[in-house]
Design a protein around this ligand. Structure first.
Ligand SMILES: Cc1cc2nc3c(=O)[nH]c(=O)nc-3n(C[C@H](O)[C@H](O)[C@H](O)COP(=O)(O)OP(=O)(O)OC[C@H]3O[C@@H](n4cnc5c(N)ncnc54)[C@H](O)[C@@H]3O)c2cc1C
Length: 461
């Protein structure tokens, strides 16, 4: 399925180049293919398109963090994922309601996205280029993208769908014995007797725990995070109550938190799950973020972001039960503290850290896993492409150095704050502008609007 474009120095011309073939890139490609006559290239170094970080896990225990009913790839067809799932061998014979309610393995979701791409009637107009883009320059009204091999792709428009790489460990030169939580194979190879240290306590830490558990791990797992807080569980039957959001718009961080806590308490008093309160906010998260001035957004990042994350990015109840059991049986502990350094010492990995409210300490483990999640800051973006575009002034940091500066439906702004005609982006790169921008409900809408915007740009030339 990969077009033969990989020879060094090869040149090829397209209407649109989508850089990054994770979920976002695949969705943009699907919407571009809907528009007749566009020649589209998708550059993605991973062996299979439409997977990205989340859906490339080969592990059955890594499940979606929302139920299947909410994971359609298309706003216009809300039951598309469930309809596809029903045709899959693992769901044949299951009740429709059970299929829709399940937290499906993420690898199955990757298969779904790829199936939708492969089945598109205009699939032949899509060339998949199996390598990374390392630089992009303007070329008249279009762009030249240079790939890692030196191959060049010419395109009239470019969509940056590069997601976000994992953050490097704080203070951290990589040490022997350190693995990345998103390197699923490396985590699966951790010896069953090994003592494991995990830095970070979000969804990626949960992934690691699930794999250790699935592999019969018998060592101890020590997780350290700044706040010692981990994702909370979904509650069945959560129903967002309407209204009340207008009042929140006018409030700062503290007052908003107070009001949302009150909503949660009211829900519980009525015999409803507290999760109703978060669902009530969810569709308005972007507007709520944008209503704050920079000072208030900074305050949120400093004091409240972790509380938001653990309530907003929840885990399946079955997953929470596994983690609770690991903690209750003493195989897993999570502590709050500040990481000082990680280094190889005496044949093990030494994690030097300061537990909250206590003197500096060292925890010795056999393996340390970086589960610190995504790197949101352009100034620290690893890899070659974003630093190169930043150095060229073709992109600029988004608000508070989060993601890229963008506007509207994903037009990229350059170092002078001007729109770069024909350069678009979506997903994690828009976090500074939109905040709520990495989950499928947001990505599917963004992808469609980017495709419309790109088509209009090209038609206007
Ligand atoms: C572990 C995990 C679990 C998640 N679970 C869910 C979930 O259950 N439900 C949900 O709605 N959301 C979930 N998410 C959120 C998730 O981010 C989105 O659903 C979605 O997968 C993001 O896709 P993306 O394409 O924007 O980014 P990524 O998945 O990061 O994909 C970006 C792709 O771009 C490629 N790339 C990067 N740089 C270049 C370059 N220079 N040249 C070419 N290619 C490049 C990368 O190889 C990668 O494949 C999860 C996220 C993670 C990390």
């Amino acid at each position: 399925m990969t077009a033969d474009l990989t020879a060094a120095g090869a040149r090829a011309a397209f209407d649109v180049l989508v850089v990054g073939g994770g979920a976002s890139g695949a969705l943009v490609a699907l919407h571009l293919l809907d528009r007749e006559g566009l020649r589209v290239a998708l550059a993605e170094p991973r062996p299979a398109p439409a997977r990205g970080t989340a859906y490339s896990t080969p592990r059955a225990e890594h499940v979606l963090n929302v139920n299947a009913a909410r994971m359609s790839a298309f706003d216009a067809v809300p039951d598309d994922f469930v309809a596809w799932l029903r045709t899959q061998p693992e769901c044949i014979g299951r009740e429709d309601a059970a299929v829709a309610a399940q937290f499906a393995p993420r690898r199955v979701y990757g298969r779904y996205l790829q199936a939708r791409l492969d089945a598109h009637p205009a699939r032949a107009s899509l060339a998949v280029h199996a390598e990374a883009v390392v630089d992009i320059e303007r070329d008249g009204a279009g762009f030249i993208a240079t790939c890692a091999s030196g191959a060049q792709l010419h395109a009239r428009a470019v969509v940056l769908a590069t997601g976000s790489p994992s953050a490097t460990l704080p203070g951290g030169v990589p040490v022997a014995g350190a693995v990345d939580a998103w390197d699923y194979d490396a985590v699966a190879e951790i010896a069953s007797e090994a003592d494991v240290g995990i830095v970070g306590a979000g969804l990626s830490m949960v992934d690691v725990l699930l794999t250790l558990q699935a592999n019969g791990h018998r060592g101890r797992v020590h997780a350290i995070s700044r706040n010692g807080l981990m994702p909370l569980a979904h509650a069945p039957g959560t129903v967002p109550q309407p209204g009340g959001v207008e009042a929140l718009m006018l409030l700062g961080v503290r007052a908003r938190m107070r009001m949302v806590r009150q909503w949660a308490a009211d829900a519980v008093a009525q015999g409803r799950p507290w999760q109703d309160a978060v669902e009530r906010l969810r569709p308005h998260a972007r507007a709520l973020w944008q209503a704050w001035p920079a000072t208030e957004r900074r305050r949120f990042l400093r004091h409240a972001v972790r509380q938001w994350d653990i309530h907003r990015h929840r885990i399946a109840p079955g997953v929470a039960a596994i983690v609770d059991d690991m903690a209750a049986t003493g195989r897993f502990s999570l502590q709050a503290g500040r990481l000082l350094r990680i280094e190889a010492r005496d044949g093990r990995v030494a994690i030097d850290w300061t537990p909250r409210g206590a003197a500096p300490a060292t925890t010795g483990v056999d393996v340390v896993v970086n589960a610190t999640g995504m790197e949101k800051r352009l100034s620290r973006a690893p890899g070659r492409l974003l630093p190169a575009l930043h150095a060229r002034g073709l992109v600029a940091p988004g608000p508070l150095d989060l993601g890229l500066a963008t506007r509207g439906d994903g037009e990229v702004l350059d170092a002078n704050g001007e729109v770069v005609p024909g350069l678009w982006t979506l997903g994690a790169t828009r976090i500074g502008d939109l905040w709520e921008t990495i989950a499928m409900p947001e990505l599917r809408g963004q992808a469609e609007r980017v495709a419309i915007g790109v088509q209009q740009t090209l038609a206007g030339r």
